[in-house]
Design a protein. Structure first.
Ligand code: ZN
Length: 229
């Protein structure tokens, strides 16, 4: 895996703009991991996929994350900042390909949900049906709850919760962190910024888009300063 180049970032943004989030996640990973067959990326568990997306985000935009949240108690806006390692902390597990669980009289074999699963199912029932090798049939709800619990313990990055604290009122809560949505909004902002720069430089110098994008960021910035001086 390597950082997205300027042109890759733009083409990922172009391709992903009309895609739902599960597709977007795969579009991003496919651009960063050209050596991995697309099917193998779709077969990663959601946590392993998100682990790679966090790594790609770190390579592309750095390891610091910032964002905003609203305190649910006093509605104060709070600024979040965290490091990529806060998200991963102790969660780099290598989950087994298949789980074998005996629960009372139920012998369960299952695997973790993947992007390929999410692309085909519409409900939790269908997802479990695909992941349990004998289907979920008439399994009692308590058994299914244990299966889901086992899945999320084995693949913790599939559901990242940020521990937040409001500086104004002291309220503490947990909020889900969605790396796909977070990274995508950054990609989208960066792509628009790049196109604005292309527009400014093309208007000033008559250069082609490909020529402008081939400039190093430092050169592009310097020409922009001259144009805006
Ligand atoms: Zn508060």
């Amino acid at each position: 895996m390597r950082a997205l180049s300027t042109t890759e970032l733009l083409s990922v943004w172009e391709r992903g703009a009309s895609q739902p989030p599960v597709h977007r996640a795969l579009t991003l990973l496919a651009a960063a991991c050209p050596e991995s067959p697309p099917d193998s990326l779709a077969d990663l568990s959601i946590g392993r996929r998100d682990e790679r997306l966090i790594a790609l985000r770190e390579l592309t935009f750095g390891a610091e994350f910032t964002g905003l949240a609203n305190c649910p108690a006093c509605d104060e806006k709070i600024e979040l900042s965290f490091h990529a390692s806060d998200l991963r902390l102790g969660k780099e597990l290598e989950p087994p390909a298949e789980f074998d669980l005996q629960l009372a009289e139920h012998r369960l074999r299952f695997r973790l949900p993947t992007s390929a699963d999410l692309l085909t199912v519409n409900s939790r029932e269908q997802l479990l049906e695909r992941c349990l090798s004998n289907g979920h049939g008439n399994l009692p709800e308590t058994v299914l709850a244990t299966v889901i619990e086992t899945m999320s313990r084995a693949d913790p990055l599939a559901d990242i919760q940020l521990a937040l604290r409001c500086a104004s009122c002291g309220h503490q809560w947990e909020a889900p962190f969605d790396i796909v949505a977070f990274f995508w909004s950054e990609i989208s902002a960066a792509a628009r910024g790049l196109l604005r720069e292309v527009h400014t430089l093309a208007s000033a110098y008559g250069w082609a888009e490909s020529e402008i994008l081939a400039l190093s960021p430092a050169r592009r910035r310097y020409y922009l300063e001259l144009v805006n001086a």
